[in-house]
Design a protein around this ligand. Structure first.
Ligand SMILES: [Zn+2]
Length: 298
């Protein structure tokens, strides 16, 4: 039996999942991440994998979903918000401990791969997975394979500028990447919260803005409408480059049902085509996508 183990190495928890050949979940384990402790993090991942294998009495392929990326140039971790991983040879160190080659991908790529393999975009040729939560990430899967590149940033559209900006959207909020007006500053949960507070004076989370809009609150409804316009423009620019069959949303704001109706209604104005057949869909696997996608790296 081909046993696959996926590990989701997060900033607060590490989760491991064993999948059978047919994608059925066999076993799942979750522990707290040893924060700021690189050696402890290596040990924790190793123990989780070996425990699952011992229990299932089989050796598995192992894929790791991680924050940031392995730099193709140096092989070291970069761009991880779990900062104690940055600059470390995570691949070499974990491969040595687990005595096998490993495959790595960032969280957004794992999400896209999971949904493309047996989720909301199963069977689609070109899939763009978007995470709209604390930040805004993206991943591209083509013919069932994660698209990577020489910089390991394929799909990272969150730090492109918001396209077709209106006057009030320029220069846009300051972004931690050093620029202003990035898509992430508008489409992340904190981005929606900031925009709503600037317009209404109310301090709410992005998800609460959506909940209030759902109940007919006029200010929240206006904020969500601005959000939909921005998402339509931001995704239209992806459609113009990549022409995906399916765009899957993940993260906290993927629970906002009206996005799936309103955004595709708005994006034809910006897509260079007589009609737009791209589908915008909610995720199937939700919070499990990271760990499932990591398993599907093999
Ligand atoms: Zn940025």
């Amino acid at each position: 039996m081909a046993l696959r183990i996926g590990v989701d190495l997060g900033g607060t928890k590490i989760e491991a999942l064993a999948l059978g050949e047919d994608g059925r979940e066999l076993l799942r384990r979750r522990i707290a991440t040893p924060r700021d402790d690189y050696a402890g993090t290596l040990r924790a991942v190793t123990d989780l994998v070996l425990d699952l294998e011992r229990e299932l009495q089989a050796k598995a392929s192992v894929g790791i979903g991680m924050p940031g990326a392995l730099s193709p140039a140096t092989g070291l971790v970069k761009n991880a918000n779990s900062t104690w991983l940055n600059g470390q040879a995570l691949d070499r160190d974990l491969s040595a401990l687990l005595r096998r080659p490993l495959r790595f991908a960032n969280d957004a790529n794992c999400f896209a791969l999971s949904e493309a393999t047996d989720g909301a975009a199963a069977g689609a040729t070109i899939v763009f997975g978007v995470i709209v939560g604390t930040g805004t990430g993206g991943g591209v899967v083509v013919n069932g394979r994660v698209l990577t590149g020489p910089n390991a940033i394929a799909g990272e559209w969150g730090h492109n500028a918001l396209p077709w900006p209106e006057d009030a959207e320029r220069p846009g909020p300051f972004c931690y990447c050093g620029r202003a007006g990035c898509i992430e500053t508008f489409l992340s949960g904190p981005g929606l919260a900031r925009d709503h507070e600037a317009a209404s004076g109310e301090s709410l989370t992005g998800e609460d803005v959506a909940r209030r809009a759902n109940k007919g609150d006029a200010a929240a409804d206006a904020s969500l409408a601005r959000y939909e316009s921005r998402m339509a423009r931001a995704l239209a620019s992806v459609v113009n480059v990549l022409d995906p069959d399916v765009i899957v949303l993940g993260g906290g704001l993927s629970n906002v049902g009206r996005l799936y109706r309103n955004v595709p209604r708005l994006w034809p104005r910006f897509v260079f085509s007589d009609r737009v057949d791209t589908r915008l869909v909610p995720p199937k696997h939700g919070d499990s996508s990271g760990v499932r996608g990591a398993a599907w790296l093999w």
